[in-house]
Unconditional design. Structure first.
Length: 161
């Protein structure tokens, strides 16, 4: 269920023909890093880079023995029907994150992906307020994150609908 633009939260006009996924794998065509994961276990957050960093062998080697998705957040053009979270029009992962997780930020993070982000276009500010604690891969995740990440978890019906 799309809530961002439909509710008048006003995402900026799209500059890419295909919106960008903020939870991509570094192996996807057109992938780039836009954030670095840091902090103590249980308090990990994404620090947003000032720009989009292309995926190179050198960038991936910087993560050492851990998976690149444990260190970086990657964006890439949305895979659409090639992604298990896409329902034909919306990203169910974004919807579930907004409905299952509490906000962790009081203001919009300084994210360079936002103008082209599928989650922003679909869920607006609500997605951005949860984004700093979203990691594509992590050693530990909350129950809410695990439910949202599982494509088989049904999309919750919003309260009052």
């Amino acid at each position: 269920m799309s809530t961002g633009v439909a509710n008048g939260q006003g995402a900026p006009a799209r500059s890419h023909a295909v919106p960008l996924c903020p939870s991509a794998q570094p192996t996807q065509d057109g992938a780039f890093a836009f954030g670095v994961v840091g902090g103590a276990p249980g308090e990990r957050r994404v620090g947003y880079l000032e720009g989009r960093v292309p995926v190179t062998d050198e960038l991936l080697a910087m993560t050492g023995p851990v998976k690149p998705t444990h260190v970086f957040r990657f964006g890439a053009p949305c895979a659409g029907s090639g992604c298990s979270h896409f329902d034909g029009s919306d990203c169910n992962l974004a919807t579930k994150l907004v409905q299952l997780m509490p906000p962790v930020s009081k203001s919009l993070p300084a994210c360079q992906l936002r103008p082209d982000c599928r989650w922003w276009k679909q869920e607006g500010k609500a997605a951005c307020m949860r984004c700093p604690v979203i990691m594509t891969d992590c050693y530990t995740r909350s129950e809410e994150q695990a439910l949202a990440a599982n494509p088989n978890t049904p999309v919750p019906v919003p309260v009052g609908v």
